[in-house]
Design a protein around this ligand. Structure first.
Ligand code: COA
Length: 258
């Protein structure tokens, strides 16, 4: 059976492409399950050090599948939301950074998917929004929580209450997107940044991701204590002696992730 999510590998970098262009890559239960399986497969691969997620056609993801949701009961809605939360948490918890390469519409669940990634590179044609209130529902895959954490409470409230779409430059201004590229340059830029990250000490990058992710849920003194523990732990790795040795010997390091 073909998957709605295609995985390709290039060295230590994997790219996941959501492939349901006739429905603008809308997240049905099947698409979400395929995405979950693809993430699970990457989680088992220590040699993958950075991931890019993108979409086929004119959308990144135009949201959760409205046709599939139309007749859902309360229990089914809750279950569908739980599936989205599980898959997006798996992205957030993946051992390595994930870059959302937003090639077009990132609406509703699409914007929430991008928010579960570590950061967003946007095409100049990208459009972001949480339009759920237009449909009589709320963001259900983490939007009410991750959007305010990313762009601040006031901007998130405006986007969620109005359901309006914003362009790439506005997303950049809000700090939702890290950078904007011409459409043809987007994937190359995301792949180059992913390769750049993949060349760093993978245990160090993984620890940094974990600390940044978990830190927001702790008071600052506790979060700083977690950093101190992880900083100490870095000194028992081969990567630390390789990285510092290479600097002192004026050569490029070769990290093994050990
Ligand atoms: N769920 C299910 N199907 C969707 C979808 C979604 N979220 N978004 C788009 N589609 C489908 C359309 O129904 C259409 O299917 P059809 O050709 O069988 O009629 C196809 O994708 C193409 O979409 P279309 O609306 O014709 O494209 P457009 O370029 O005119 O408009 C959008 C693009 C993104 C503005 C528009 O599709 C849209 O508003 N989508 C819904 C966005 C949304 O509310 N997302 C949050 C859901 S919780």
């Amino acid at each position: 059976m073909t998957s709605f999510v295609e995985t390709t590998h290039d060295g230590h970098v994997s790219t996941l492409t959501i492939n349901r262009p006739d429905k603008l890559n809308a997240l049905s239960q099947e698409v979400l399950s395929d995405l979950g399986s693809a993430i699970e497969a990457l989680a088992a691969k220590d040699d993958i050090r950075a991931v890019v997620i993108t979409g086929t056609g004119k959308a990144f993801v135009a949201g959760a599948d409205i046709a599939a949701m139309k007749e859902m009961t309360e229990a089914e809605g809750r279950e569908f939301g739980a599936l989205g939360h599980r898959v997006f948490a798996a992205i957030e918890n993946l051992h390595c950074p994930v870059i959302a390469a937003v090639n077009g519409f990132a609406l509703g669940g699409g914007c929430e998917l991008a928010l579960a990634c570590d950061f967003i590179f946007a095409s100049s044609k990208a459009r972001f929004g949480q339009p759920e209130v237009n449909l009589g529902i709320i963001p259900g895959f983490g939007g009410t929580q991750r959007l305010p954490r990313r762009v601040g409470s006031a901007a998130a409230r405006e986007l969620i209450y109005t359901g309006k779409m914003i362009g790439a430059e506005e997303a950049l201004r809000l700090g939702l997107a890290n950078a904007v590229f011409e459409p043809d340059a987007l994937l190359g830029a995301a792949a180059a940044t992913a390769a750049d990250i993949a060349a760093k000490g993978p245990l160090a990058v993984a620890a940094a991701k974990r600390l940044i992710r978990d830190g927001v849920d702790h008071p600052l003194p506790d979060a700083n204590r977690l950093e101190q523990i992880a900083f100490g732990e870095a000194f028992k790795t081969d990567d630390q002696s390789e990285g510092m040795g290479a600097f002192l010997e004026k050569r490029a390091p070769t990290f093994k992730g050990a």
